[in-house]
Design a protein around this ligand. Structure first.
Ligand SMILES: Nc1nc2c([nH]c(=O)n2[C@H]2C[C@H](O)[C@@H](COP(=O)(O)OP(=O)(O)OP(=O)(O)O)O2)c(=O)[nH]1
Length: 346
């Protein structure tokens, strides 16, 4: 992979170097992918623009050409370590890939949060690139990283950026001060936060009109599969589902006309590829919990015997967890009492 030729001095020689593996995130019009060495010249051209740089805390102006190479190399190291996810935003122009901007998340593992930041090249403003890219990365991050929230900030006078954050579900959390390299000092910013519950309705909500003003019951059947070592299987809720990224007991909704046991046997086959006999499902306890406009009623069964190998057939992450460690996994609120009971029982 060659870097673009530039007359200005360049940073590290990235010739032949490649970014770490990261499956690109796609939206209707955009792709978010690791930066490549050959993006450096275009990145420099787009970000070395006062109208862009003045809104960014960590970007100097003027922006030296060599910094683009340094920056790309540093994003690879962070991506490989999982400490930050800085990606190129690209689009198609006459079928040709063009760099549109950059978007990134910097993780603070101890706080279970990450800071979202992005910029879009001036000639791509006004096309909704920011919200499209930011919504995609936010939804991916909450589903795949060990996070409870995303935070972001925008300069007090940057109404455009504040509107983008609000549009994708970020809530205002007051004001703060950030050092802005481009402005040469501290500047006042508006602070924002987004949790799983704030994700837009399309991703988050399980909608159901309550009949006659009542609360509809959502009947879900779930199972604690226990292996010979006494470990419990947890599955991670995939992106696109409500509460994506939280760990749960395998199972799913009971369909009309189905018994809870039949639903569970079906779900365990669909999700994990295992065959379970009804006689191997031991009723253990249940969850009863308000879930948005509905009320979740979830019988939890124990199962120690099944046929076949547990396989994540829906691309979900799985974890076999010792009972004493269950509390370390972020789970839906309805599961908290179940976890305590299970730990005491096993
Ligand atoms: N399976 C499962 N669901 C749980 C747990 N805790 C909890 O609050 N839930 C909630 C999350 C969802 O609102 C609901 C399960 O619905 P779901 O959408 O995952 O069910 P499903 O597998 O039938 O999914 P789908 O086919 O409708 O997409 O129950 C749990 O431990 N396991």
């Amino acid at each position: 992979m060659a870097i673009s030729i530039s007359t200005a001095p360049t940073g590290p020689d990235l010739t032949g170097a490649a970014p770490p593996a990261f499956a690109p995130l796609r939206t209707e019009r955009l792709t978010l992918r690791p930066l490549r060495a050959e993006d450096a010249a275009e990145l420099h051209r787009l970000v070395n623009d006062w109208e862009v740089a003045k809104t960014l805390a960590r970007v100097p102006f003027p922006y030296p050409r060599s910094l683009a190479d340094d920056w790309i190399a540093s994003t690879w190291a962070q991506l490989a370590a999982g400490t930050a996810f800085h990606l190129a935003i690209t689009g198609l122009d006459d079928g040709r890939e063009v760099l549109v901007g950059c978007i990134g998340l910097t993780c603070q593992a101890a706080k279970r949060e990450a800071e979202l930041g992005y910029w879009v090249g001036r000639r791509f403003w006004g096309h909704g690139v920011g919200p499209e890219a930011a919504a995609r990365l936010a939804s991916w991050a909450l589903a795949h990283l060990e996070l409870d929230r995303l935070v972001a900030s925008a300069l007090l006078d940057n109404a455009r950026s504040q509107a983008v954050l609000a549009r994708i579900g970020f809530r205002e959390k007051g004001e703060g001060v950030r050092d802005f390299v481009s402005r040469g000092g501290p500047m006042k910013v508006r602070l924002f936060e987004l949790t799983r519950d704030d994700l837009p309705a399309a991703v988050q909500a399980e909608k159901a009109a309550p009949p006659d003003g009542g609360t509809p019951i959502l009947l879900v059947s779930a199972c604690a599969l226990i292996d010979p070592e006494g470990r419990v299987l947890l599955a991670r809720r995939p992106e696109g589902k409500p509460m994506a990224g939280l760990w749960e007991f395998p199972g799913g909704k009971v369909a009309a006309g189905e018994t809870p046991e039949a639903a569970l046997i079906r779900e365990l086959k669909e999700e994990l590829g295992i065959d379970v006999a009804e006689s191997c499902l031991a009723p253990f306890t249940f969850a009863s919990h308000r879930l948005g406009e509905r009320h979740l009623l979830m019988p939890l069964y124990l199962c120690r015997r099944w046929e076949g190998r547990v396989t994540p057939l829906e691309g979900q992450a799985l974890a076999w967890v010792r009972p004493g460690k269950l509390a370390e996994y972020a789970m839906p609120p309805a599961d908290k009492p179940l976890v305590a009971l299970l730990r005491d029982f096993l």
